[in-house]
Ligand binder design. Structure first.
Ligand SMILES: *Cc1c(COP(=O)(O)O)cnc(C)c1O
Length: 393
C-alpha cells in the first residue's frame, strides 16, 4: 500500500507492511539466517542484484526490511538501515563518513558514548573533533574547518535539553561542503523530522521512543539520498552490526503506537514540569515546553510538540538527589528513556559518578540534577509519587 499521502499516525500503522501468501495482518518474523536460491543462476542473479530475493540476514531480511521502510516513510527518508543498537548506528555513521584527517563538529552535550567514540577511538585514526554548544550558531560557524566532514547534532540533547536550530545549521554546513547528521532519539520522528529541515542523515536509538516498551535494544539510520543510504548499508554490513529479525518485529510493533504514546506522555510532562517549577525544594526545571526554557521558541518552530523528557535540580545537591532516588515508588530507578513506564535517573550518583565534579559541570550535569522520562501512567499518580519523595528530601 502506498502510504506517502497519509497522515503520520496512519503511516505509523501501515508503512512497511508485508503482503505474504497467507494475508498475515502483521509482519511475520523471518527468523532465518539464510535464504535458498532456486538454482545456481538465481543465486548468481541475486548477488548481482538482477533478481529479487534475499541472500543472507546480515545483508537483508524481510522483517528488518519492513521496519526500515516504516522508519524511512515517517522520516521522509530515501531509505533506512537498521542496526543492532543505537551505538551501532552511531559507529556505522562515523565509519561511513569520516576518514583519516577528517574533522567533526558536534553538540557538546550529546549522548556520552557518541562523543567518547570520536574522542577516544577515532582519534587513533587521525580524526579530530570540536564539541560545542550548537545552540550558538556563530560558534558552529567558527568551528567548521576546511577538513570538517560532518556536523553531528543531538537536539534536544541529553540531559541538558539544549535545542539546536537544524535548518540554520544545515544551511551553514552545506555552504561549507559538510554533511549534517541528527540524533533524533529524544524527539522521536513523531515530533521532529530533521531531513525535512535540511539534515542529510537522521539516527535513532530505537531502544527509546521508537520501540517504546523497554524490551529491545536497537538502532536505525535514515538518509536523504540513495548514495548515502547505500554507503551506510555497506558499512553496516561490513561492521556486522545488523538488527535481528525478532528484534525488528518488536520494534515494528512498538512503532505503530508512537503517536498515541508521545501525545499522552507529553500531556503529562507539561503538568509535571509546571508542578515541579512551583515546588519549593526544586531549584530549576528544564523542559522545552516551559516558556522558561532558553530555546522554547525554537523548539516550538522546529518540533510539533515538546516531548516527555524533563531535567530538574533538587535543592541540596548530591545527597538530596540520592534521597529522592531512594523514595520514588512509581517511577522506576533506571537509565534509558522513552518507554511506557516512567524512569528516573540521577546522573551524579549513577551514570556520571565516575566523572570528576568539574568534568560533570562541564557537561552541564550539576549534583542535584535529576532526569525524568515521563511514561503513560496517570499524571495524578506520578505527581503524588514525586510529592511524597520530595517531602523526604
Ligand atoms: C541511548 C541513546 C543512544 C545509544 O543507543 P543504544 O541503543 O543504547 O546503543 C544514542 N543516542 C541517544 C540520544 C540515546 O539516548
Amino acid at each position: 500500500m502506498d502510504t506517502k499521502h497519509l497522515g503520520v499516525n496512519s503511516k505509523l500503522v501501515h508503512a512497511g507492511s508485508v503482503h505474504d501468501a497467507y494475508g498475515s495482518a502483521t509482519v511475520p518474523i523471518y527468523q532465518t539466517s539464510t535464504f535458498a536460491f532456486a538454482n545456481a543462476q538465481n543465486g548468481a542473479d541475486r548477488f548481482a542484484g538482477q533478481a529479487d530475493g534475499y541472500i543472507y540476514t546480515r545483508l537483508g531480511n524481510p522483517t528488518i526490511d519492513a521496519l526500515e521502510r516504516q522508519v524511512a516513510e515517517i522520516e521522509n527518508a530515501c531509505g533506512a538501515v537498521a542496526t543492532s543498537s543505537g551505538m551501532g548506528a552511531v559507529s556505522t555513521l562515523y565509519m561511513a563518513l569520516l576518514s583519516q584527517g577528517a574533522h567533526l563538529v558536534g553538540t557538546a552535550s550529546v549522548y556520552g558514548p557518541s562523543r567518547g567514540l570520536i574522542e577516544k577511538h577515532f582519534s587513533r585514526f587521525g580524526v579530530t573533533c570540536t564539541f560545542l554548544d550548537t545552540s550558538n550558531l556563530d560558534a558552529v560557524r567558527c568551528a567548521i574547518r576546511p577538513n570538517t566532514r560532518l556536523v553531528y547534532l543531538e537536539t534536544p540533547s541529553n540531559p541538558a535539553m539544549i535545542v539546536s536550530d537544524i535548518q540554520a545549521i544545515a544551511a551553514i554546513a552545506h555552504e561549507r561542503g559538510c554533511l549534517v547528521a541528527v540524533d533524533n532519539t529524544f524527539a522521536s520522528p513523531y515530533l521532529q523530522r530533521p531531513l525535512d529541515l535540511g539534515a542529510d542523515v537522521v539516527l535513532h536509538s530505537v531502544t527509546k521512543f521508537i520501540n517504546g516498551h523497554a524490551d529491545v535494544v536497537g538502532g536505525i539510520l535514515a538518509a536523504r539520498d540513495e548514495a548515502l543510504c547505500k554507503s551506510l548499508r555497506t558499512m553496516m554490513i561490513g561492521l556486522g552490526c545488523n538488527m535481528d529479525p525478532h528484534q525488528a518485529y518488536l520494534v515494528h510493533r512498538g512503532l505503530k503506537t508512537l503517536g498515541i504514546r508521545v501525545e499522552r506522555a507529553q500531556a503529562t510532562a507539561i503538568r509535571i514540569a509546571q508542578w515541579l517549577e512551583a515546588h519549593p525544594k526544586v531549584e530549576w526545571v528544564r523542559y522545552i515546553g516551559l516558556p522558561s526554557h532558553p530555546q522554547h521558541e525554537l523548539a516550538k518552530r522546529q518540533m510539533s510538540g515538546f516531548g516527555s523528557m524533563i531535567s530538574f535540580e533538587v535543592k541540596g545537591g548530591l545527597e538530596a538527589g540520592r534521597v529522592l532516588m531512594d523514595n520514588v515508588r512509581l517511577a522506576t530507578l533506571a537509565v534509558s528513556l522513552g518507554g511506557v513506564e516512567t524512569l528516573v535517573e540521577h546522573p551524579a550518583s549513577m551514570t556520571h559518578a565516575g566523572m570528576s565534579p568539574e568534568a560533570r559541570l562541564g557537561a552541564d550535569i550539576t549534583d542535584g540534577l535529576v532526569r525524568y522520562s515521563v511514561g503513560i501512567e496517570d499524571a495524578e499518580d506520578l505527581i503524588a509519587d514525586l510529592k511524597q519523595a520530595l517531602e523526604r528530601v
